[in-house]
Design a protein around this ligand. Structure first.
Ligand SMILES: Nc1ncnc2c1ncn2[C@@H]1O[C@H](COP(=O)(O)OP(=O)(O)OP(=O)(O)O)[C@@H](O)[C@H]1O
Length: 266
């Protein structure tokens, strides 16, 4: 059995004296495509920042690829690209090698080839020579993913990369990430408040709520019983016309669980 790409054991973390994560544990297999799912404020960004080593844990451990800085690729939640920045998309990817240094790096042949391979991997060949600021949100997101991958990380962390994208762009990004995980063996951890765009593609779900987490295959985790235990009160997981809806029972909601087109996932 392969070693885990990432293992988090009993992680506790507080911000400004308030506990955000309390006893979060999960493990990710190499080359798996994993979703970190939770509502706004459930602690997804906090957990990702802890994995990056940017926030110290109060207790618990993080082991695996996350230990080595170069082994991690990261796409932050919000990148405001200056529309007038005179950089081509291709240059932004090349900055992934050593963007922390001043001035543009001189690309060696090997680096140029690697940048070209990453642009192809994210499906960005057609717009690689356009200015970053002229690209759509979905095209920019592909460039930021290529940027994060260029140094060949073992673990790629993406914080809500699907927010503000339209449905075709979301589907495109999800299939790019799934392929990168499968073909390059990179473990991909993507956070999202909505499981629906991801659920069919994910190998694993880590669901955050109330400071805790459950993890497993999507069909194991996204169930009324499992999420009710995590939240500490009754939760309905409903499938409505193919979409999952996660709703606390008794909450005013337009979906009646006993309608014929509604399936409750026990
Ligand atoms: N610097 C901070 N100081 C105090 N509390 C914070 C700080 N950063 C985050 N928090 C709190 O920690 C909790 C988790 O926030 P976090 O940003 O990790 O959630 P999230 O799941 O990523 O949410 P979103 O989807 O809205 O980004 C929230 O209650 C938030 O208010």
């Amino acid at each position: 059995m392969d070693q885990d790409a990432l293992r988090v054991d009993g992680l506790f973390l507080s911000r400004s004296g308030r506990t955000v994560l309390s006893g979060v544990s999960f493990a990710l297999a190499p080359g798996s495509f994993c979703g970190l799912i939770g509502v706004n404020g459930s602690g997804k960004t906090t957990l990702i920042r802890a994995l990056l080593g940017l926030l110290p844990a109060d207790a618990g451990g993080i082991e695996g690829a996350a230990r080595g800085h170069r082994a991690l690729g990261y796409v932050p939640q919000k990148i405001d690209a200056d529309p007038y920045m005179p950089l081509r998309a291709r240059d932004v990817v090349a900055l992934g090698f050593d963007g922390h240094r001043y001035g543009l790096p001189l690309p060696s042949r090997r680096r140029r080839d690697r940048v070209a391979a990453m642009l192809a991997a994210v499906g960005a060949d057609a717009f690689a020579d356009r200015r970053l600021g002229d690209l759509s949100g979905g095209q920019q997101q592909r460039i930021f993913i290529a940027h994060a991958l260029v140094r060949e990380p073992q673990l790629l962390l993406l914080d809500e990369p699907l927010a503000n994208l339209d449905m075709p762009s979301i589907a495109g990004i999800v299939s790019v990430l799934k392929r990168i995980a499968r073909e390059s063996g990179v473990t991909v951890l993507i956070s999202s408040h909505d499981v629906n765009p991801l659920v069919g593609a994910l190998d694993r779900v880590i669901y955050l709520a109330g400071g805790g987490a459950v993890s497993g295959r999507p069909d194991e985790v996204l169930r009324s019983g499992v999420l009710s235990r995590l939240y500490g009160h009754h939760i309905d997981v409903l499938r409505v016309h193919g979409r999952l809806v996660i709703v606390p029972a008794g909450e005013t909601h337009p979906i009646a669980p006993d309608e014929p087109h509604v399936e409750r996932l026990e």
